[in-house]
Design a protein around this ligand. Structure first.
Ligand code: ABN
Length: 181
């Protein structure tokens, strides 16, 4: 195998003589860049339209639309009556700065279109500032008139807080509704 060793050695020397270290590095760089350009289009893209988020408690509104928690038709708002905190400097589940969650609230049941399951949603008002005035939603699924007070949601839930001023309403997922219970 000496002839083979000699041939390899001669070839290596020929390449070494005709190639500078800088041009060899440039060639390696080009090869790597070409490889990444070829690989990029096959990288995975998220085409779920927010379904993973939905399964984790986020979720979409009407079918085919991206979820938008600043719109009344967002699924968690099915029984809401108030200004959306997501339009008032907070989010669907957090109060805006300078306000605090109401100590009492109202529970509704809403279906998440992403998984077809019914969730218990607690509607709590955020208290301590004047009314936000943006994105009023009056959805009221399952609501009953005021004479059935426990099923009535047209109520200022800040009533039990130190500061009773109503600012906006949040919608917190508090459980999964059990069929037949
Ligand atoms: N829960 C919202 C609200 C506040 C004041 C009056 C009616 C409804």
């Amino acid at each position: 195998m000496k002839w083979f060793d000699d041939w390899i050695e001669r070839s290596a020397r020929r390449v070494a003589c005709s190639t500078s270290r800088r041009s060899a590095l440039a060639r390696v760089g080009k090869a790597l860049l070409a490889g990444s350009v070829v690989a990029l289009p096959v990288l995975p893209f998220d085409r779920s339209g927010g379904k993973a988020h939905a399964a984790a408690g986020g979720g979409g509104s009407a079918k085919g639309k991206a979820p938008d928690d600043t719109q009344c038709d967002y699924w968690r708002y099915c029984a809401i009556d108030g200004f959306l905190c997501s339009c008032c400097g907070g989010s669907a589940s957090t109060c805006p700065p300078g306000t605090e969650p109401s100590k009492v609230g109202w529970i509704g049941t809403c279906r998440n279109p992403a998984d077809g399951r019914d969730y218990l949603i607690s509607y709590n008002d955020c208290c301590g500032k004047i009314s936000c005035g943006r994105c009023l939603c009056n959805m009221n699924l399952g609501e009953r008139p005021g004479y059935r007070i426990s099923l009535h949601n047209d109520v200022n839930w800040c009533m039990a807080n130190d500061n009773n001023m109503f600012h906006c309403t949040t919608s917190l997922i508090v459980g999964i509704a059990q069929p037949g219970k």
